[in-house]
Write a protein that binds this ligand. Structure first.
Ligand SMILES: Nc1nc2c(ncn2[C@@H]2O[C@H](COP(=O)(O)OP(=O)(O)OP(=O)(O)O)[C@@H](O)[C@H]2O)c(=O)[nH]1
Ligand SMILES: [Mg+2]
Length: 291
């Protein structure tokens, strides 16, 4: 397994800039990916935010397993997180009230509750800001935007939001979390081997959500069958290869001689997984060993 080694550039500068932005706000809105709340959380946010209240939002909850998301919101320390879809106006409409509750000393004339949105790359920060403001203030799919001078946009007479989010870095100290991040789409494409990450992910889906995998790819050889004759040992790649081959064969990802093109099969699988086409899938559970 090739090591995933990725870091958003200029981390120290990002850390300083976010520290400054946090000082100018009243509520920090922290975005984590509902599919992997543990690994998509920034390890230093608590320290950076110090005494400022943090409202956690689980983004992309349309892509996560709702039962697991519910368990996560109950197990979370601090104010109960909201599980949302960032592009959905009704979904994000609950945020202002929660922010007002978290900053009761603010809200009078000249004392708007100032909200700062923070989170790791690709978690949905720009989408949320645009949905909340009803404007296209932040570029969706854009790369880290901390360098732009942050402006505040009024959300209401007593509430405002910075139009530039704070881009945080995820935890990459453990390789299993890094693999989950890569599978979810949070890690730059050049930092990992797609066949490694897709191989891990297809084994995870096969063991955790076998019926979703069978249905999406209409697998002629049952997933159970492949699982029963291969080892779950992650150092043995047989299971991953057989599953990716089954996916690739179904999608016509073949090379001359009828061999499956594993790289193409990996791309197909990861694209479907990230778009939610396989079904709602959570990569982490609150009760599992902290990884
Ligand atoms: N399915 C789903 N997709 C989402 C959701 N929120 C954001 N996205 C998608 O995720 C991708 C990244 O969204 P952005 O809003 O650009 O993320 P960001 O946090 O601003 O990313 P950076 O600027 O790179 O740090 C886009 O393709 C969005 O359409 C959500 O709740 N559900
Ligand atoms: Mg953005």
């Amino acid at each position: 397994m090739t090591k995933i080694n990725w870091f958003p550039g200029h981390m120290n500068r990002a850390r300083r800039e976010i520290g400054e932005a946090i000082r100018k706000c009243d509520v920090v809105v922290e975005l984590v990916d509902a599919r992997l709340p543990r690994s998509s959380r920034n390890p230093m946010l608590g320290e950076l935010a110090r005494e400022k209240p943090i409202l956690t939002l689980f983004t992309k909850s349309d892509l996560a397993d709702p039962v697991v998301t519910e368990a996560w919101t109950r197990a979370w320390e601090g104010p109960r997180p909201l599980a949302l879809v960032m592009s959905d106006r009704k979904s994000v409409a609950k945020i202002p009230e929660r922010c007002r509750e978290l900053a009761p000393h603010r809200g009078g004339p000249g004392k708007t509750v100032r909200i700062l949105v923070v989170g790791i790359p690709n978690v949905g920060k720009s989408t949320l800001i645009n949905t909340l403001t009803g404007k296209r203030v932040a570029k969706v799919g854009d790369r880290p935007a901390v360098t732009r001078r942050a402006q505040r946009v009024e959300l209401d007479h007593d509430l405002s939001i910075f139009d530039s989010p704070g881009v945080l870095w995820p935890r990459l100290d453990d390789q299993e979390g890094a693999r989950r991040l890569a599978a979810s789409g949070a890690v730059g494409e050049n930092a990992f081997e797609p066949v490694d990450v897709a191989g891990w992910a297809v084994c995870f889906v096969a063991t955790t959500y076998p019926e979703l995998l069978e249905e999406r790819f209409d697998l002629d050889e049952g997933v159970e069958e492949i699982l029963s004759r291969t080892s779950p040992d992650p150092t043995d790649a047989t299971r991953a290869v057989l599953l990716l081959e089954a996916v690739g064969r179904r999608r016509g990802a073949l090379r001359s001689g009828g061999h499956v093109d594993l790289e193409r099969a990996a791309d197909i699988f990861l694209r479907d997984l990230r778009a939610g086409k396989i079904g709602p899938i959570s990569f982490e559970r609150p009760d599992a060993d902290p990884a």
